[in-house]
Design a protein around this ligand. Structure first.
Ligand code: PHE
Length: 495
């Protein structure tokens, strides 16, 4: 038969196979060694080409391997949750539920007690008791050594363990791997070694090449654009950034302008302007990040006097205020803003008479312990509408429109309380059949608007961005947004 037109790697592979006995079955390592290749993609590619020419036969087998998943890797490093709880129990004179809950975070304590119960730990009057501690130690030991033994071929894995760990979250995963074998066909055997000399093939066209004459007689490598290739990893926006852009686009489209302002603010604008009493618990050191530098922020005397009147006796509003005595020192204290309402209220103070629609998507700070749903730094989606005749209906419609554009058509509001709005609302969105609270809203009270000379009604809202991101990205842990997990980031949908 005429020699097929083979690429160099195909020639080399066929040549190598011909040099062994014809009936040999080759595996990948055999091919790599015989051809002196290190890149398995070259071998697989050449084998594929030879198969297409009918010169080799390929058999493919899919093997399943059981490997550690993310939580499994952590468990191997830090111990399985039940192992850590069991070790803790061993160290206690009397192990109580209360003790356990004070040592383990809620997201561990809950499932952990479940695991202990399955292992034979009972709860009697708030105390954790084990009747057969040896059996528990043994069972935990078996689980741990199982995880340590991974990766294993699926056929070698203990069925009970597999069943157990498959029901737990992200401890193990099954990964499929294709194993190929190659064999010469008769046609492959028959190709003359003379036709298998490797030729000079041009794969890259360079200026040097074109300046010479060699290219005129050389062979050019042809490309098969239908072959499978790896997905190129290109740069792209972080999902949070992409989400912020989407929110911006929606508010801009709804006729809002964006407001960007500083993190560092005075307690006066962050709280006093919003009629939050000076003894309000949210102002305490344990909730708010106060700053030492600058040591105080200058505020307009007139504005502070107006707040004083409002806070002490309601000013001219007919309100009775909070009573007590208002302190300008407290107002001047610098802090990291706890909400972006501090910025919209100042915008209004600068433009008390012009109707406006303003929004911001920006960072705020609260002294929160970090857990599944809390971060000390997060973002709020803030907005105001000020115009003559603005009313509650308009506020609700605006929020509903926003969430509908985000893809959440089911929105409801419930009564809530904020010192600066009346009425005050809580906004909830339906997600996977459940109502989730995403933010607060309301109409600014006269105690807020009058000292600043605002006469039209102001609709205002502040909503959590990360909460929304959790819905959009289907997360159950807020921290995932900020840990720079590259694998996860690469696999996020483009928003
Ligand atoms: N500032 C409130 C918060 O941080 C939200 C809010 C904004 C409520 C505007 C009413 C009006 O939760």
């Amino acid at each position: 038969m005429g020699a097929p037109n083979l690429l160099n790697p195909e020639r080399r592979m066929l040549r190598a196979m011909q040099l062994s006995e014809a009936s040999r079955t080759w595996d990948l390592d055999g091919i790599l060694a015989a051809c002196e290749w290190t890149d398995q993609a070259v071998a697989v590619g050449a084998g594929h080409g030879l198969q297409n020419h009918g010169l080799v036969e390929v058999t493919e087998e899919t093997l399943r391997e059981i490997r550690l998943d993310v939580a499994g890797e952590q468990a191997v490093e830090a111990g399985l949750l039940e192992a850590r709880l069991w070790a803790w129990m061993g160290e206690q004179e009397t192990a109580t539920m209360q003790g356990l809950q004070s040592v383990f975070e809620r997201h561990e304590a809950g499932p952990g007690v479940g695991l202990l119960k399955q292992l034979g730990v009972g709860i009697e009057g708030g105390q954790l008791v084990a009747n057969d501690p040896e059996a528990i130690t043994k069972a935990i030991g078996q689980r741990t050594s199982f995880l340590q033994s991974l990766p294993l071929d699926a056929t070698d894995v203990d069925g009970e363990m597999l069943k157990h760990f498959s029901s737990r979250k992200q401890l193990i995963q099954t990964v499929e791997r294709t194993v190929r074998h190659w064999r010469l066909t008769e046609a492959g055997e028959a190709v003359s070694p003379d036709d298998l000399q490797e030729t000079m093939v041009i794969t890259d066209i360079t200026p040097e090449l074109l300046q010479g004459e060699d290219w005129k007689t050389a062979e050019f490598r042809s490309f098969d654009v239908t072959l499978e290739a790896t997905t190129p990893r290109t740069g792209r926006s972080h999902p949070m950034q992409a989400l912020i852009e989407r929110i911006r686009a929606i508010f801009l489209e709804m006729g809002f302008s964006e407001l960007v302002d500083d993190y560092v603010q005075s307690a006066g604008w962050n709280m006093d302007a919003l009629f939050i009493p000076q003894d309000h618990p949210a102002r305490e050191m344990q909730d708010t990040f106060y700053l030492d530098q600058p040591s105080s922020i200058d505020l307009d005397e007139g504005v502070m006097q107006a707040w004083k009147a409002i806070h002490e006796h309601g000013g001219e509003t007919g309100s009775t205020g909070w009573g007590g005595s208002y302190s300008t020192e407290v107002s001047k204290r610098p802090l990291l803003r706890t909400h972006t309402t501090v910025n919209t209220i100042q915008y209004l103070a600068r433009h008390p008479k012009e109707a406006c629609r303003v929004f911001s998507v920006d960072r705020v700070f609260r002294k929160e312990a970090i857990d599944r749903t809390h971060l000390p730094e997060f973002h709020q989606i803030e907005g105001i509408i000020m115009e003559e005749g603005a009313n509650l209906q308009m506020l609700v419609t605006t929020l509903k429109t926003f969430y509908a554009k985000m893809g959440y058509p089911e929105v409801r509001v419930r009564p809530a309380y904020f010192p600066y709005t009346e009425p005050s609302l809580e906004i909830e969105v339906k997600w996977r059949g459940k109502w989730l609270e995403l933010g607060g809203a309301g109409i600014f009270r006269p105690e807020v608007t009058e000292p600043l000379g605002i006469t039209s009604p102001v609709l205002a809202w502040g909503m959590g961005l990360e909460r929304l991101a959790m819905l959009v990205l289907g997360l159950d842990d807020i921290r995932q947004l900020y840990i720079s997990d590259l694998e996860w980031l690469r696999n996020q949908p483009i928003l």
